[in-house]
Design a binder for this molecule. Sequence first.
Ligand code: IPM
Ligand code: MG
Length: 373
Amino acid sequence: MAKYSIAVLPGDGIGKDVTDTAMMVLEKLGLDAEYRFGDVGWEYWCREGNPLPDRTIQLLKETDVCLFGAITSKTADEALQELSPSLAGKGLKYRSPIVQLRQLFDLYVNLRPCKAIPGNPLNYREGIDLVIFRENTEGLYAGVEFHPLPSEVRKVLEKHHLGMKRFSSEDDEDIAISLRLMTKKGCRRILKKAFEYARRFGRKRVTLVEKANVLRETGGLMIREAQKVAETHPEITFDVANVDALAMWLVKNPDQYEVLVAENLFGDIISDLAAQLVGGLGFSASGNIGDNYAIFEPTHGSAPKYAGLGKANPIAMINAVIMMLEWLGELDRSKALEKAVREVIFEGKVRTYDMGGSTSTTEMARTVAEKIA
Ligand code: IPM
Ligand code: MG
């Protein structure tokens, strides 16, 4: 029996292309693993009315870890239009499979390292090395949304909050609500992980990204929890930044940030910004990590128009493989792969489409695989 059982969900578009490259480097590394491929994505939504079939959830339950490609996500209206006619009118609703998986498996940390690989022509600046801890299960992604606003909910809101008065002339059908639902436990556990990481890797500063001057209740809860966790780590400088200002400061002084921690949507937004500082989505990977399971994925989407064309940069997916190996405790292999990536980028002989070159997805991955010592 193999040492590890790894679920592989290629998904849509370039997800399939980059998953092939992950397999190439894993084969070269000689990881003792069995790979179990599963179904996820748009195709299954259109055909089965479910982008995350039950059999796939079962598959994940039977494995140690999952490698995820990319999926197409569209708005609710577009999703309904593309659904197979035989499934229409059944009240099916599209929900992003990756967001569902994060919640189903309680993968509460979304770890997004943003590190400039020396010599990458796409680096905004050399030397940037920050890590984002994005809360991954609640906040504005809690999934508690209403439209139209049910009248019972409306009555309760009106009874408990004067702020509802301003909207009293609106019809229920003309109001939509997405709740920013945050819990003490949810805030505390992401903060703890961020501080523990800082301590373990000798990082000196943790910055909480919030907007508590406006989102007083949710932001306030997060800040109070942060202060408590910060007190237990006196050697680490802790500060709070408003998300809007942080977006600006991150562009101005990216090298001053070390560990950023944020609620789900804020983390989503700043992680794309930070990704662009170190080469864009062709380089950035994420770990969705819980206490017992994890899913590693490139941060980019499925880019359907590039599917099968060899234009995707496989480094984001290869970086996801590096993170997965680290999480599995395969440190020699993760270091060997990281070194190979760094050498290939530094030498600059091969450059993918996003880097201004014409090296194909497969060719780039093969060059990395061949570098593995
Ligand atoms: C990400 C993506 C996802 C998200 C999408 C695909 C649902 O943008 O992983 O950052 O919003 O979390
Ligand atoms: Mg995102």
